[in-house]
Design a protein around this ligand. Structure first.
Ligand code: DLL
Length: 434
């Protein structure tokens, strides 16, 4: 039995979805053109007027926005309403350059929380649930988004924020949490920490997890599901669009449904900007159809995905996006070969290692060095050098056949790689730091 928060929208026919989108985009482009000088200038430069946009088919005429535009327009340049109409600000966790700040009116917050409520209900969520929100609260959107969604569904909400693992476990057990929301890397760590304290997966009352904000593989999903005794659902979003809940998984777990009544999606060739047909791998681009304060049009996410319009047996009609296969900007080029961290994670988990690893890339004498540090779990740890060396060689050959190049593998002691309470730092590319 499928669960919907807003069935009339989530299961609307294709024609109905298009009718909603066509109506919203005409109003939205006018709103942006009239209120955002930065974007009006981009449209004028491209020779596009609001009257040229009669429906979503015309979106391709509009100029793109990128993170560079957001930085250039920082802080108020893309604000489309009087600041007095805004009730909230959030900001990205980016480590380079200026942060991006996003503004919300009350309607924007309501829309966002509804998207998160849809995600919670899609896991079978209801008033009976106790939702432990262990995403960070604050400028990061994870905590606030799932918290708001949980309230809308009427769940008992535990606003834990990230970190303080002892307290997370105490509340999870004592207050009978049924849904856990956090990054997948923190979920894996909580699984590990529960086992260390002697708990078995069946000892907790959790039934589902809503994990996102960073890439994670199918293999990592299986490991988390096993260690916590739950079904693990993916959720996607980005601050620029509102936060988590732009897309979410249903019980089929075959891609994430994009909330198409609020976000229009395209895939493009990241090099040429050409729009690609559904089913092709490309960069996903979103247009906010009804946001008031920070309505980005044709925003390039840099996330590489595949869209799927096939009917989903859950009954939802909204298009599904694959797990991001990587980001056009975190694809590493090592000795001329394209490498995504997700490929490395897949090999590690297939070979029976933990998802605790770090990739270090550097350049010595004009040649790229490529090291992967992989933590051993305590049951695999050994002080026999020959044994460890053999395992390093085996893992190296598994990596070589997946990646096409040879990394240097370092198997390290349990707990020697720093754990993350939020987004994990998987890659240290020293070439960019020189
Ligand atoms: O990470 C919003 C969020 C919070 C999503 C909680 C899900 C759960 P930002 O900090 O702006 O926003 O980062 C957005 O994170 O462009 C993707 O590259 C990545 N990302 C988000 N969700 C996923 C996911 C939040 N499920 C950037 N799988 C995005 C892979 C994800 N990557």
């Amino acid at each position: 039995m499928s669960n919907y928060f807003q069935p009339e929208i989530e299961t609307a026919s294709r024609e109905e979805v298009l009718a909603i989108q066509n109506e919203k985009i005409v109003k939205q482009v006018k709103h942006v053109y009239e209120n955002v000088k930065y974007y009006r200038d981009l449209m004028d430069k491209k020779g596009v007027k609001p009257e040229d946009i009669k429906g979503v088919d015309d979106i391709k005429k509009l100029p793109f926005l990128t993170k560079d535009d957001l930085r250039e327009a920082y802080p108020y340049g893309l604000l489309a309403t009087d600041i007095k109409n805004c009730v909230r600000i959030h900001s990205t966790s980016g480590t380079t350059g200026k942060r991006v700040v996003a503004f919300y009116t009350q309607n924007d917050v309501d829309m966002w929380e509804e998207c998160c409520a849809r995600a919670i209900v899609a896991t079978g969520g209801s008033k009976d649930d106790v939702v432990q929100v262990a995403y960070g609260y604050g400028l990061f959107t994870g905590g606030a988004g799932l918290h708001g969604g949980s309230h809308k569904v009427g769940c008992l909400t535990l606003p834990m924020s990230s970190g303080n693992t002892d307290r997370q476990i105490q509340f999870m057990m004592d207050l009978n949490a049924t849904v856990l929301c956090c990054t997948p890397s923190y979920a894996a760590y909580l699984g590990e920490s529960l086992a260390e304290r002697g708990y078995k997966p069946e000892d907790n009352k959790l039934r589902a997890g809503i994990f996102g904000a960073e890439p994670w593989t199918q293999e990592m999903r299986e490991q988390i599901e096993k260690s916590l005794g739950i079904k693990a659902y993916d959720i996607y979003g980005l601050t620029e669009m509102s936060g988590p809940g732009v897309a979410f998984e249903c019980e089929e777990q075959k891609g994430m449904h994009i909330n198409e009544d609020h976000f229009y999606v395209e895939t493009i060739d990241p090099k040429t900007g050409e729009v690609l047909p559904d089913g092709s791998e490309g960069e996903i681009v979103f247009t906010c159809l009804d946001k008031e304060a920070f309505p980005l049009l044709r925003y390039r996410t840099k996330d590489i995905c595949i869209l799927n319009r096939e009917k989903c047996s859950c009954g939802r009609t909204h298009v599904r996006m694959s797990k991001p296969l990587g980001r056009s900007d975190d694809m590493m080029i090592i000795r001329g070969v394209n490498v995504f961290p997700s490929q490395i994670e897949t090999v590690l988990l297939q070979e029976g290692y933990t998802p605790n690893y770090q990739i270090v890339v550097d350049r010595v004498n004009n040649t790229d060095t490529f090291d992967i540090y992989v933590e051993l779990s305590s049951d695999k740890f050994s002080d026999k050098v020959a044994e460890i060396q053999q395992r390093e060689r085996d893992l190296n050959s598994a990596m070589k056949s997946m990646l096409g190049i040879n990394p240097k593998i370092h198997l390290v002691a349990p707990k020697s790689i720093e754990r993350s309470e939020g987004k994990a730092v998987r890659v240290i590319d020293k070439r960019k730091l020189h």
